[in-house]
Design a protein around this ligand. Structure first.
Ligand code: BTN
Length: 337
């Protein structure tokens, strides 16, 4: 039976033990011993889990077996699925919030220890790039933000969102057995429909990044047609793409674990080789005809990939090779020259 993490509440320890043995039974005596409490106390903690939608089968002389788990966002499930790490990250799970990025920024400003994750079932003011609205109904999609204090010079952060993006793509690919694409600089796509978006926001102090928030919206379990009509054509959820509902809490935990690992690798600086491999694997634009809105004039050409700084390399239709640090890319209809 897994040993309780020093900071884990008893419910999480109980869940971890039951999840580690989902098809079998875990004895009440073993749970009581691990938690150093009476069997009655174990039972009381299990009652708290029942109130959240967990169901257990209890068989005399065998113990307990988990028979049902909540399908909606559930903090206890996410925590129980999270691989243990030291120090354990802070975790805030809210039913509703204005924006997880804003909540993370507020908690950073009030001095909360990092790293921590804010996840919500719904956002009332979800934001995307360029101040656009990120539709964030309570429909089984994921809205989450990661908060860090990297103390790195801003120049080191240029490839950060791209690195996080390819990591999320790989996790999605493994979890759902699909092939998403990362469209420079922040879109996760299936074919040409958007399944996710990233929004990185930073506060800089004296040439150092003080506060960093990495926000991620992933269309996970929303049904087809759940989004407003004008967006629905251009958006897709993982459930819609795969025709299968995902185990939302298990998936959320996997996303959180992967993003925290990716952040640590990024800060250590030991990520370049893996980044190049992952970029080649998930680059959605490579070799495609693109139009890039840069300032007021659109540039037309063919996307060639990114450079070491994460800038998009485009061979323009006028025959020049140009690099773009920022901008908005659309696929052009015409064939590459
Ligand atoms: C984009 O594609 O323009 C980026 C979208 C980012 C949306 C996520 S949802 C969680 C976090 N909170 C927000 O308000 N935005 C990000």
């Amino acid at each position: 039976m897994p040993r309780p993490h020093p900071s884990s509440p008893p419910e999480i320890t109980i869940l971890r033990a039951l999840l580690a043995n989902e098809t079998g039974f875990v004895s009440g005596g073993a749970l009581a011993k691990t938690l150093a409490m009476s069997r009655v106390a174990v039972w009381q903690h299990m009652e708290k889990l029942r109130e959240q939608g967990f169901k257990f089968e209890a068989v005399r002389a065998r113990g307990y077996r988990l028979t049902a788990r909540p399908t909606r966002l559930n903090p206890a499930s996410i925590e129980a699925f999270l691989p243990p790490r030291k120090p354990s990250p802070g975790f805030v799970c809210l039913e509703t919030v204005d924006s997880t990025n804003d909540e993370a920024a507020r908690q950073l400003a009030s001095g909360r220890a990092v790293p921590f994750v804010v996840i919500a079932g719904e956002q009332t003011r979800g934001r995307g790039r360029f101040g656009r609205v990120w539709h964030s109904e309570a429909n089984g999609n994921l809205y989450l933000s990661f908060a860090f204090r990297p103390q790195l010079p801003p120049g080191r952060m240029q490839t950060f969102t791209l690195w996080m993006g390819v990591n999320i793509c790989e996790l999605v690919a493994r979890f759902t057995n699909t092939t998403p694409g990362l469209k420079w600089p922040n879109d996760i796509l299936f074919d040409e429909r958007k399944a996710g978006g990233m929004l990185t926001e930073a506060r800089i102090d004296a040439d150092q990044i003080r506060d960093l928030v990495f926000g991620l919206g992933l269309n996970t379990n929303s049904p087809a047609g759940a989004l407003p009509h004008d967006i629905a054509r251009r958006a897709v959820s993982l459930a819609e793409h795969t025709n299968t509902l995902l185990d939302l809490n298990k998936f959320a935990a996997a996303v959180i674990g992967r993003a925290l690992d990716a952040y640590e690798q990024f800060v250590s600086g030991k990520y370049r080789e893996t980044f190049a491999d992952l970029w080649n694997q998930f680059d959605f634009l490579k070799g495609k005809p693109v139009s890039l809105l840069h300032g007021t004039l659109p540039v037309h050409g063919t996307a060639l990939g990114i450079d070491d700084e994460g800038s998009l390399i485009v061979r323009t239709d006028k025959g020049k090779t140009e690099r773009f640090r920022a901008g908005e890319v659309t696929l052009s209809k015409k064939a590459p020259s």
